[in-house]
Design a protein around this ligand. Structure first.
Ligand SMILES: Cc1cc2nc3c(=O)[nH]c(=O)nc-3n(C[C@H](O)[C@H](O)[C@H](O)COP(=O)(O)OP(=O)(O)OC[C@H]3O[C@@H](n4cnc5c(N)ncnc54)[C@H](O)[C@@H]3O)c2cc1C
Length: 408
């Protein structure tokens, strides 16, 4: 080992929403924590920018809502479902839960920067950018640290009592630690693009079904519309093979607001594909090591709740880790409490996403033909509002140790 060596209580691998929240909470209670982020900064686009009411509920519990809502943001208040240009149903965030009549739109870099700024107020917080973790250190069946490596050079070795993999859906820690998936479901891709928002649009988010595809259109902070086209698995490759012309025509005719964007297209570069995948890791903890957020439980984009779920798991993990450190017991059994507390709700949400995915990512002509009727009917019955509440609202707030609350 040629590089530097460090000693910490906890290493958090990954400076996404889950890792930053965990780092902040642990630093707040005096844990020596270091967050390692492989990128140079928080810049990222099309990543977890819609924060559902359940996220705001969690902020309320932590007393961070005022701090976060001071950041530049917009609020999504209403939604509507269209079959072509015909409105088939409406929904309103105000009817879901008292006190949070909206979802927040905050660009993820702004959110992460704010968590970082708050965490730096605590002397036990440390963070390194440009620090990709490439190896886990293990001793007698327990993970005892990590190695940061760049260009095949070992730069830094960090020893810690607990290593947390908060390194996202393609988690290196999951691979290095030999964690297995319980299930994986991948029905298709969501292809994102952005267009200028017309002044009349307001704060409505729209679901639209055409003969070809399903679309979600979200008002994006500050003055754009972010549009996602749902394609069944494999179709994105085929769409690109066919060339831009066919896709351009479809987008052009879906919504008049997309016309100028579609007309300007010369290739597929303005599109950002996201695999609409769910997965769940079988066992989230090993001795000295825990997975959280997308690394443990990745959610499909249906409902835009990935950040909310990842951050909620981080809050639960903070409590479990703090307890483990105080009891000097970092065994898989103790760290596994996080999964015991979180997995039931996440599995239920994954089931809902899977059923909805069958409608939105289908290639079946038959399902495409009947889905406007299924969705219209769902809007007219309590079913839709029930699903909405399950996805967007935290039914049972997580238990939060008062030491993690920011009024103290
Ligand atoms: C295109 C797209 C759109 C989305 N839209 C929404 C949305 O609107 N609302 C919503 O709630 N969710 C959305 N999601 C999902 C959401 O982004 C994730 O659920 C959420 O970011 C998960 O947080 P996380 O902290 O677990 O992981 P991530 O946000 O993936 O963060 C992981 C971090 O770990 C770092 N990392 C990876 N490997 C290493 C390593 N070896 N060493 C060090 N660092 C490493 C990465 O650089 C990254 O910063 C979207 C996802 C995508 C891809």
């Amino acid at each position: 080992m040629l590089g530097k060596q460090l000693q910490k209580d906890v290493i958090v691998v990954g400076g996404g929403p889950a890792g930053m929240m965990l780092g902040l909470l642990l630093a707040k209670v005096g844990v020596q924590v270091i967050v390692l982020e492989s990128h140079d900064n928080f810049d990222r686009e099309y990543r977890g920018e819609v924060l559902q009411p359940r996220f705001v509920q969690l902020l309320d519990q932590l007393q961070l809502r005022t701090y976060i809502e001071q950041l530049p943001h917009s609020k999504l208040k209403k939604g509507a479902f269209y079959h072509y240009d015909k409105k088939k149903g409406n929904f309103d965030f105000a009817s879901m839960i008292a006190g949070v009549p909206y979802a927040l739109w905050i660009p993820q870099p702004i959110l992460l920067q704010a968590l970082y700024a708050k965490a730096k107020e605590y002397p036990t917080f440390d963070m390194l950018f440009h620090a990709p973790v490439k190896k886990l250190i293990e001793k007698d069946g327990t993970v005892t640290g990590v190695v940061v490596e760049q260009e095949n050079k070992e730069l830094l070795e960090i020893q810690a009592k607990i290593t947390v993999g908060a390194d996202g859906r393609f988690s290196t820690i999951r691979r290095l630690g030999g964690f297995e998936l319980e299930y994986e479901y991948y029905p298709g891709d969501l292809i994102w693009f952005s267009v200028k928002r017309p002044p009349h649009w307001g704060e409505e988010l729209q679901f639209k079904i055409t003969e070809g595809h399903s679309y979600i259109t979200l008002p994006k902070y500050p003055d754009l519309l972010q549009v996602g086209v749902a394609l069944p698995r494999g179709e994105w490759k085929e769409t690109q093979r066919q060339g831009i012309e066919t896709f351009r025509k479809e987008i052009m005719h879906t919504n008049k607001e997309f016309y100028d964007f579609a007309e300007s297209l010369v290739n597929f570069k303005p599109f950002v594909p996201l695999q609409a995948k769910n997965h769940m890791v079988k066992t989230w903890a090993k001795n000295g090591c825990l997975l959280i957020g997308d690394a443990a439980h990745c959610s499909s984009p249906v409902g835009a709740i990935g950040v909310s779920l990842a951050v909620t798991t981080a809050v639960v993990a903070a409590d479990v880790i703090w307890d483990a450190l105080q009891k000097h017991d970092v065994s898989a059994k103790v760290l596994g409490r996080v999964q015991e507390i979180r997995s039931e709700e996440i599995e239920e949400i994954h089931q809902i996403q899977k059923r909805m995915g069958k409608l939105f990512f289908t290639s079946s002509k038959f399902i495409k033909g009947i889905r406007p009727y299924i969705l219209s009917a769902a809007f007219k019955t309590p079913l839709f509002s029930m699903i909405q509440k399950k996805l967007f609202v935290m039914k049972n707030p997580v238990a939060i140790n008062p030491e993690f609350v920011f009024n103290k």
